[in-house]
Design a protein around this ligand. Structure first.
Ligand SMILES: Nc1ncnc2c1ncn2[C@@H]1O[C@H](COP(=O)(O)OP(=O)(O)OP(=O)(O)O)[C@@H](O)[C@H]1O
Length: 242
């Protein structure tokens, strides 16, 4: 795994004052994998994403992408190196149209020409079911469409590593199934994905490996089936006592 790892984390630790929210977490993500991340509320999952994207600095530990260190690089450089992410609370440029929202990462992060970016962004909007809203201001989209736009913005930057933070919450069954199909298509294009998700059936339909955090500590890692059968995971995440 380590030889082929696109992302490697060793001993990552993040503290807020006296509270340690990510504690000595190490893991590798293989190229082309979909790694699911599970854990109760407050387990440190989003904080872990913030450390990978550079939104937060780790107190200690190492991170590397394609074998070269990430820790000293600011978020925009990590984008340029191929890390894309969504945020739990969608953060579009509200006054810009959906299409313009995609042009920003396509041209700034993926450094596409205007012509290339136009084609690419139209394709991403179509894939994400947003083509009818291409010229709608992002701020006036419904919550569901803002969630779709969040994913579309991450894809517009043509990431090689995509961090998805709870994109399936609040969707109907049909919308969830559509989303799973979309995530699979993205994976099939060769994008490596780390996906934090509480909607278990959506995550389990795509993830080939799962890591579980509890109070910032990694408590399990393995195939989805093995992890769901782990007694500690059942206790802390599903409230099932042996
Ligand atoms: N900027 C911050 N300052 C202080 N504490 C923070 C900050 N960000 C997160 N925390 C705390 O860190 C802990 C982990 O939060 P985090 O958002 O990473 O958890 P999570 O596993 O993503 O939870 P959820 O499933 O609810 O999204 C929580 O106790 C949270 O209150």
């Amino acid at each position: 795994m380590t030889d082929q790892a696109i992302l490697s984390a060793k001993g990552l630790t993040k503290r807020f004052g006296a509270l340690t929210v990510v504690e000595d977490v190490s893991f590798d993500v293989g190229r082309g994998e979909v790694l699911g991340i599970l854990g109760p509320n407050g387990a440190g999952k989003t904080t872990l994403f913030n450390l990978i994207s550079g939104d937060l600095a780790a107190n200690s530990g190492e991170l590397s992408l394609d074998g070269s260190p990430l820790r000293a690089e600011p978020p925009f450089k990590r984008c340029k190196r191929g890390i894309g992410r969504t945020y739990q609370v969608p953060q579009p440029f509200g006054a810009m149209t959906a299409f313009e929202n995609l042009l920003v990462p396509a041209m700034m992060s993926a450094r596409m020409s205007e012509a290339e970016a136009n084609d690419h962004c139209a394709e991403v909007l179509r894939d994400c079911g947003l083509l009818p809203y291409a010229n709608t201001a992002a701020g006036s989209l419904t919550l569901l469409n803002r969630k779709r736009l969040e994913l579309a913005r991450a894809l517009a930057g043509r990431p090689k590593l995509l961090l998805l933070d709870e994109i399936a919450g609040g969707l109907t069954e049909a919308e969830g199934a559509e989303l799973v199909g979309l995530v699979r298509r993205v994976r099939d294009q060769g994008v490596t994905i780390i996906w934090i998700e509480h909607v278990l059936h959506a995550l389990m339909a795509v993830a080939n490996r799962v890591m579980v955090l509890n109070f910032g500590v990694k408590i399990a890692e393995g195939t989805p089936d093995a992890v769901m059968q782990d007694a500690e995971v059942q206790r802390v995440y599903m409230g099932i006592e042996a």
